[in-house]
Design a protein around this ligand. Structure first.
Ligand SMILES: *Cc1c(COP(=O)(O)O)cnc(C)c1O
Length: 367
């Protein structure tokens, strides 16, 4: 028998979460953001469930090729644009729409020979200070692009640094409104958090903040970007991935017995623990401390002691019936239907769901 660890992708959850974008942003088109191999879920595994999206957004050209190989004829948006001039040839050949965030990318376009003019998304740095033109440089970048025969439609975009947090987006929305005020073109500003929390807000007077396109990433995969303020179930999002395994050993402990490397857990009375075939080499976070939630036979219990490379240990004190072979859900949905939100595991381990999804190791088989 193969080692019992398994990652399961739930297509019906992906469909449901895509529908949620239609609810929150009814007038916008939806990019399914599938960068990082669909946040670790696998582009090919998710494709059928997500083909109802209006387009796919990602940043790796090889991933764009994989989508075209799946026969996706609709829009594909390269969120970081091209990395070198010859990438533009692939954009022409595969009809990829691409972000333009710096003058070098405009220089490369100006030198590019193409029969089909490109659709581009001019990116404003509205305060995040990662990619994009500063407001003062935005108009001249637009004018340069607009003069190029290589360029067809110019759309306008920006990205929020705090859509999930306390600072919010007002300062960046104001910067975007000012920099783009009388420019034509479609607009896209919302990631998942902005879509869930602010899509009803106004942009440019009549238009909602959802604008022409929303870029839905993490919410598609069933995680709440603003956890713990909101849980995925509060937004009616369903987990798109379950990481599960089984118990492969048990130990009875007495008061004073310790568990695992570094003896970080000490039993304060008689108790039983289970050993689970899942460790940090599977992508489970090593920093998940004692107390991190886990489901055994659909019942919530906790990790005890340090996570090791191939195993971790869980408290079975309240689970008399559990033993070798019992189902363990590290995050996602148990056979009983019980759900352990990935956000809770991530938060306990001091990280975010995005990192856990993307870190599921190649040795973990997917179903
Ligand atoms: C990754 C990404 C998104 C999606 O963000 P989520 O928080 O996962 O919804 C949107 N826009 C850009 C530019 C991105 O890089």
């Amino acid at each position: 028998m193969p080692r019992p660890i398994l990652a399961t992708v739930h297509p019906e959850a992906l469909r449901h979460n895509l529908d949620r974008a239609r609810y929150f942003a009814p007038d916008a088109r939806v990019w399914a953001v599938v960068k990082a191999n669909a946040y670790g879920h696998g582009i090919e595994r998710c494709f059928d469930a997500l083909r109802g999206a209006d387009g796919f957004a990602l940043l790796d050209l090889a991933e764009a090729e994989r989508l075209r190989a799946l026969d996706w004829r609709g829009p594909i948006h390269l969120l970081e644009g091209v990395f070198e001039p010859r990438d533009l040839e692939l954009c022409s050949r595969l009809h990829l729409w691409h972000t333009v965030h710096c003058n070098e990318q405009i220089d490369w376009l100006a030198a590019h020979k193409t029969l089909v003019p490109h659709r581009v998304f001019l990116k404003l740095n509205s305060g995040m200070n990662r990619l994009g033109f500063k407001p003062a440089a935005f108009r001249s970048a637009w004018a340069r692009l607009n003069a190029l025969p290589q360029v067809d439609e110019i759309s306008l975009m920006t990205h929020f640094s705090d859509a999930d947090g306390a600072r919010g987006i007002a300062h960046q929305v104001a910067a975007f409104e000012e920099a783009t005020a009388d420019l034509p073109g479609e607009r896209t500003v919302c990631n998942s958090a902005a879509m869930l929390r602010y899509a009803k807000q106004a942009l440019h007077g009549a238009q909602s903040l959802a604008a022409d396109w929303v870029r839905e990433g993490i919410a598609l995969y069933g995680s709440a970007p603003d956890f713990p303020e909101k849980r995925a179930s509060d937004w009616d999002l369903q987990p798109a991935m379950t990481l599960s395994s089984r118990i492969i050993g048990t130990q009875a402990l007495q008061a004073g017995d310790t568990v695992g490397y570094g003896s970080t857990f000490t039993a304060d009375g008689p108790m039983r623990i289970g050993v689970v075939a899942c460790g940090y080499a599977d992508g489970y976070p090593r920093h998940a401390p004692t107390g991190t939630p886990v489901l055994v036979d659909g019942v919530r219990t906790r990790v005890v002691g340090r996570v090791s490379m191939d195993m971790l240990t869980v408290d079975l004190s309240a689970l008399d019936a559990a033993g070798i072979g019992s189902e363990v859900v590290l995050w996602g949905r148990a056979a009983s239907g019980a759900v352990l939100p990935i956000d809770e595991v991530a938060s306990s381990a001091g990280t975010i769901s995005y990192e856990l999804m993307c870190a599921v190791a190649p040795r973990v088989p997917f179903r």
